[in-house]
Design a protein around this ligand. Structure first.
Ligand code: NAD
Length: 499
């Protein structure tokens, strides 16, 4: 059993509120630790600390701030296995997948070494007689990030790396389900040379989140999690005058055209549908084969592959494709949705509901499930299942297939598998979804592009990481200056123009 408190003022501190939450080992179902749930006062202490430290950090030249990111990347590489192990132990994902989680965050830290370049403004010399105009980007001050359980390394780094490289102080409120890695990341940032108070981790639940939303000194909040909470945070945070960006849930479709390389499409669906037990916001959860013949071929090839997926704890010595779900509630919820799909009349062609992991009977495992004949009006089609469940929704033609993701509530990711450049081009142009894959099932943009969904998958402006990461956590100041003649020539009474 271990206890996790908070990280405030450059060190780990014990929780003071008397409230804690249990941390489970999802593979065994056992409670392995407790995490402190912060009170308003504890959040306030972190903000005060951050506020005091931020001006000196903002005044540190951007190359020196970039060097902290450079060192941080080196330390992440040094501790990669340690971080991945701690991550798997609380999240349940496989060890290689946990390393991927750290790696995709590391790549954002790597991009943030470009802080000196990203903070550059614009300059127009001679915009008028003796007049120069320039813009500068300045940090916002104290900013925050509220992150989900499913990528406890990557998503905190998406948030704090650009914010800190830009000169802000940061309050991270990670998921209470897997808080170990965010605390380790804060320690590594200190080791990399970050001054105390610039990165604080405040653990907690709704109480800590509400304290962040209402805190007068927090200027911006970046959130990632489920859509219901995203909407809530967007509403309350922005009505308090903060800059808020919220990324929500998803239901990602993959369209398989009749001309697609079927073996490649099937492999892509298996990895994208069942990897991380489907607990990815970019997981493919709906396969849309075009035409009955394509659908029959697809389902026939999918069934044996789904049946032979290897499930197990991250400690298993042989290759495991995916692990348990994060909590017992998540397991119950997913099993309930599979039951619902059967009641609604979808055809459950692979039934993983009775899967039991030998030696881990109390773990939160769910076997891989595959539905065929899923229809638009079914709950299992409309809801984000967030488990190892893939639905096949058959489309009669390309337009019918396009209509499914277009008319779905969510708009995070989508993919098309085809050999036809014209179909792919038309699809990428018309689709109303933020991230598009062409023969790529999980089109998560690399760190130097930006990540963000449309419709109910994203609220507010600007995406995460890439140039938008810097834009979100900075503001523009535009200076119009006139030197040296003009003022000394006397007052002007008509509005200055640039004629
Ligand atoms: P969640 O919404 O339950 O939790 C996210 C964060 O909000 C956590 O820090 C949690 O403590 C906090 N929170 C939970 N309930 C709250 C409440 N009532 N009031 C205030 N704060 C609250 O999400 P989760 O289960 O941790 O993560 C899974 C979800 O995140 C999925 O819907 C997934 O699609 C989504 N997700 C989206 C993206 C994206 O970029 N669009 C990326 C990863 C995950």
């Amino acid at each position: 059993m271990y206890e996790i408190g908070h990280f405030i003022g450059g060190e780990r501190v014990a929780g003071q509120s008397g409230r804690t939450a249990e941390i489970f080992n999802p593979a065994t179902g056992e409670v392995q630790g407790q995490v402190a749930l912060a009170s308003n006062e504890e959040l306030r202490a972190a903000v005060e600390n951050a506020k005091a430290a931020q001006p000196a950090w903002a005044a540190t030249n951007p190359q020196r701030r970039a060097r902290v990111m450079m060192k941080f990347v080196e330390l992440l590489n040094r501790d990669m296995d340690k971080l991945a192990e701690a991550l798997s132990k609380e999240h349940g994902k496989t060890f290689p997948d946990a390393k991927g989680d750290v790696q995709r965050g590391l790549e954002v830290a790597e991009f943030c070494m470009a802080a000196p370049q990203m903070m550059k403004g614009e300059f127009s010399e001679g915009a008028g007689p003796g007049i120069d105009i320039y813009s500068i980007r300045q940090p916002l001050g104290v900013v925050a990030g509220i992150t989900p359980f499913n990528f406890p390394a990557m998503i905190p780094m998406w948030k704090f790396c650009p914010a800190i490289a830009a000169g802000n102080a940061f309050i991270l409120k990670p998921s209470e389900r897997d808080p170990a890695v965010p605390m380790m990341l804060a320690e590594l940032m200190m080791e990399a040379g970050l001054p105390a108070g610039i990165l604080n981790v405040v653990n907690g639940d709704k109480g800590a989140v509400d304290a962040i939303l209402d805190d007068p000194d927090i200027a911006a909040i970046g959130f990632v999690g489920s859509t219901a909470i995203a909407k809530y945070i967007y509403g309350r945070g922005s009505s308090n005058g903060k800059r808020v960006q919220c990324f929500g849930g998803a239901k990602n479709h993959m369209i398989i055209m009749p001309d697609a390389d079927m073996d490649k499409a099937v492999d892509a669906l298996i990895g994208a549908g069942y990897g991380a037990a489907g607990e990815r916001c970019m997981a493919v959860s709906v396969a849309v084969p075009v035409g009955e013949e394509t659908a029959d071929r697809l389902v026939e090839k999918l069934i044996p592959k789904v049946e032979s997926l290897k499930i197990g704890p991250y400690t298993a010595s042989d290759d495991v494709d995916f692990g348990p779900l994060v909590t017992r509630e998540a397991q119950k919820r997913v099993l309930g949705l599979v039951d619902r799909g059967v009641e609604e009349g979808a055809k459950l062609v692979v039934d993983g509901r009775n899967f039991k992991m030998q030696g881990y009977e109390d773990g939160f495992f769910v076997g891989a499930c595959l539905f065929d004949n899923v229809k638009k009006d079914m709950d299992i089609y409309k809801t984000e299942i967030f488990g190892p469940v893939l639905s096949v929704a058959r489309a009669k033609d390309y337009e019918d297939a396009l209509d499914l993701p277009m008319s779905h509530e969510y708009g995070n990711g989508v993919a098309i598998f085809t050999r036809d450049g014209d179909a792919a081009r038309d699809f990428a142009s018309r689709i109303n979804i933020g991230m598009v894959g062409i023969n790529v099932p999980i089109p998560v943009p690399l760190s130097y592009y930006t990540f963000g969904g449309w419709k109910a998958s994203g609220f507010g402006d600007l995406n995460q990481h890439g140039a938008d990461g810097f834009r979100f956590y900075t503001r523009t100041k535009t200076v119009t200056s006139r030197w040296p003649s003009g003022i000394k020539d006397g007052a002007e009474f008509s509005i200055p123009t640039m004629k």
